[in-house]
Unconditional design. Structure first.
Length: 266
């Protein structure tokens, strides 16, 4: 059997322990200049039989909790389950593919992995958007199409069946958010060359030790266009594989090297 104990740490008063559940007490982001809080934990493994053959083992580790700024800077309620996709801008006359995401996308509970289902539920400019899975597409629009160059759509995310009784009690099954797309004047109006056919997929970030699938897109994605992609080089080409329009970055440890940025040419 394994037992745990708090044995010290710079911020030991901020933590309580019951069994194997360590609780960090609610703390304001502005409580102090350093938002990192540390506690030392000791684990003791006691053999259930024949202790003269299997001696007691102990180990210690310092755990760090980082308090982050609540996204609701203006005091608005922030639900535990929420759509995290931010508002975007796009050049005029270009389809814009927006990958929808929630704060539960990378969360797993045992063998259960959360996967949100998205739907369009309304919005002032709902006709300008289409949705397939988690790919929200804003239809190419001229900057001069109207006086107001911002377009809005309301998105609903459904978390499905919660994985635990805790989730069923405290995690709302659905959440909604209004997303805004701002159409910008094509930069070639200032003499800069903008190719008429271009890859529109943005740079991404990913958690360490987890494969990251990146869906490639161009400004010409449509039912009548056939677009193929290929890897043609890049400083870290060996870290990537490509199948159709799905580019996969291989799971990598954060400490694998000093520079955590990896590049590939598509």
């Amino acid at each position: 059997s394994v037992s745990f104990a708090i044995v010290g740490g710079a911020d030991v008063s901020k933590f309580t322990l019951k069994g194997n559940e360590l609780t960090f007490k609610a703390t304001d982001f502005e409580a102090r200049n350093n938002a990192n809080y540390r506690v030392n934990i000791k684990a003791t493994r006691t053999p259930w039989a024949f202790p003269w053959h299997f001696p007691t083992q102990t180990t210690e580790k310092t755990l760090t909790v980082t308090v982050t700024k609540n996204p609701d800077d203006n005091g608005k309620y922030v639900p535990m389950f929420r759509i995290t996709t931010a508002d975007v801008s796009t050049p005029e006359n270009t389809d814009k593919v927006i990958m929808l995401a929630t704060n539960m996308d990378d969360f797993e509970y045992g063998d259960f992995e959360y996967k949100a289902i998205f739907t369009i539920t309304g919005g002032a400019d709902v006709k300008k958007f289409t949705l397939a899975g988690n790919r929200l597409t804003f239809k190419a629009t001229a900057f001069e199409a109207r006086n107001n160059a911002t377009y809005r759509v309301k998105i609903k995310a459904d978390l499905g069946t919660p994985a635990s009784s805790f989730d069923r009690a405290f995690l709302p099954p659905t959440t909604e958010k209004t997303l805004t797309v701002t159409v910008t004047k094509n930069p070639d109006d200032n003499g800069k060359y903008v190719p008429t056919f271009r890859i529109t997929t943005a740079d991404v970030s990913t958690l360490e030790n987890r494969d990251k699938v990146i869906t490639l897109a161009t400004n010409k994605n449509s039912d009548i266009d056939s677009v193929s992609f290929a890897i043609v080089g890049g400083a870290d080409v060996s870290k990537f594989t490509l199948k159709g329009n799905e580019l996969t970055f291989k799971a990598t440890d954060f400490e694998a090297r000093n520079n955590a940025n990896y590049r590939v040419n598509i």
